[in-house]
Design a protein around this ligand. Structure first.
Ligand SMILES: Cc1ncc(COP(=O)(O)O)c(C=O)c1O
Length: 420
């Protein structure tokens, strides 16, 4: 059919293109996502001892995806309520929006009470970042966004695709697998006044390295002095320490210091709602009128992008966070996930020592969240795959969620073998 119509166009309008040439013959195959590449190699491997440490999704003790009990109960409630499937408003579900902002900023947050926050439901954390970047391109033009080096790879492309120039600030210190605080401070200080500074609120991806509260205070003061606009990426609330409040401390500190922050939330990890694409973008403004104006412009941005967000994930989160019992259960379950990850970090270090490694592995337990920057070289990573069937990205990042009590000793032995 396509060939036939192309041939007709060709004869009647004397186009140079031959009927057998496709419209898309000049499209070159792009590179695979590096994390996807890890999963492809893992899936091909037939060894029973294989381990996938690439994927950034929580796995239980049996290496299986985990559906939270509170989510199952919320599913049931939603089903039993016999809800319809009408469109959500452009800004999403109102109850979800207010509950999600309250979860991040605290119920007693003054900006919430003063109605100075514009909030919009988004397609998970990625969608929140994309809406944020599009909004900044339109209403904060000519500014550069500074992201940590390294950062979650999508940050660079989200800003670039939205037309926001992007540079990086120092973050990771490979010497001690910890934070290069001086480098970070100096780079943020050297950025032109009014720059966009993207900060990972907790559980920095890919390094697992977070500033201490004392360091956060210094960064907050610096960003104030420099009149920088701070955009928090908050993809792991509760998932890092096990306490949603503790993980929110940096964000709340900046708000208490008077920053008009932008906030990108994801409910993928902490509620296990990866595929439901549920998140939120909010912006603290100066007055209730400003908040309404910002909201109206967010709607104008979203309408031609995806019109309005999917509703199910918002209903699940909203059902849980508006019900005391389900909220308690969520807190217990998110703590369970965080604790399992913290426990696996400790186990890995214990077995590394037990099998004779004399290297300093303290960064494995000092780092926090789903990921650990092990310090393994690309060559050591290649050996883990070829000799031990263990798969991770070549930057040495492992997803601790892929470790469990059945494979941790094998992993420790393998890491020791390639690092001694
Ligand atoms: C730092 C960071 N930000 C944002 C996201 C967004 O994830 P999602 O779009 O699934 O919510 C992720 C996911 O891995 C992440 O690690």
């Amino acid at each position: 059919m396509l060939t036939r119509s192309l041939r007709l166009i060709n004869t009647s309008s004397k186009l140079v293109r031959n009927y057998s040439t496709s419209f898309w013959s000049n499209v070159q195959k792009g590179p695979e996502d590096p994390i996807l590449g890890v999963s492809i190699a893992f899936n091909k491997d037939t060894s029973p001892s294989k381990i996938n440490l690439g994927v950034g999704a929580y796995r239980d003790e049996n290496g299986k995806p985990y559906v939270l009990e509170c989510v199952k109960k919320a599913d049931k409630k939603i089903f039993e309520a016999g809800v319809d499937h009408e469109y959500a408003p452009i800004v999403g579900l109102a109850s979800f929006n207010s509950l999600s902002v309250a979860l991040a900023l605290g119920e007693d947050c003054k900006a919430i009470k003063d109605k100075k926050i514009a909030v919009i439901q988004t397609l998970s954390g990625t969608g929140a970042l994309r809406v944020a970047a599009e909004f900044l391109a339109r209403f904060y033009p000519g500014k550069t966004a500074y992201v940590p080096n390294p950062t979650w790879g999508n940050h660079n492309t989200i800003f670039a695709d939205s037309g926001v120039a992007v540079k990086s600030y120092a973050y990771y210190n490979p010497q001690n697998c910890g934070l290069n605080f001086d480098g970070m401070y100096n780079d943020i200080n050297a950025a032109p006044n009014g720059s966009i500074i993207l900060l990972h609120a907790c559980a920095h991806n890919p390094t697992g390295v977070d500033p201490s509260i004392a360091q956060w205070k210094k960064i907050s003061q610096l960003c104030k002095d420099k009149q920088h606009f701070v955009l928090f990426d908050f993809a792991y609330q509760g998932f890092a320490s096990g306490s949603p409040e503790k993980d929110a401390e940096p964000v709340r500190l900046f708000v208490a210091d008077g920053h008009q922050i932008g906030l990108c939330q994801s409910f993928a990890k902490n509620f296990g709602l990866y595929g439901q694409r549920i998140g939120a973008f909010s912006l603290i403004t100066g007055t209730p009128e400003e908040a309404l104006a910002v909201e109206s412009q967010l709607k104008i941005l979203v309408r031609p992008m995806y019109s309005n967000p999917p509703i199910f994930g918002a209903r699940v989160v909203s059902t849980i966070l508006s019900n005391k019992e389900l909220t308690e259960q969520w807190r217990t379950e998110v703590k369970g996930m965080a604790d399992r990850i913290i426990g696996m970090r400790e186990s890995l270090v214990k077995y590394l020592k037990q099998h004779g490694s004399t290297k300093d592995w303290s960064h494995i337990t000092n780092q926090i969240g789903m990921f650990c920057y092990t310090g393994l070289t690309p060559e050591q990573v290649d050996r883990l795959a070829s000799e031990f069937h263990i798969y991770l990205t070549r930057n040495g990042r492992i997803s601790i969620a892929g470790i469990n009590s059945k494979n941790v000793e094998y992993l420790a032995k393998a890491i020791h073998a390639v690092t001694k």
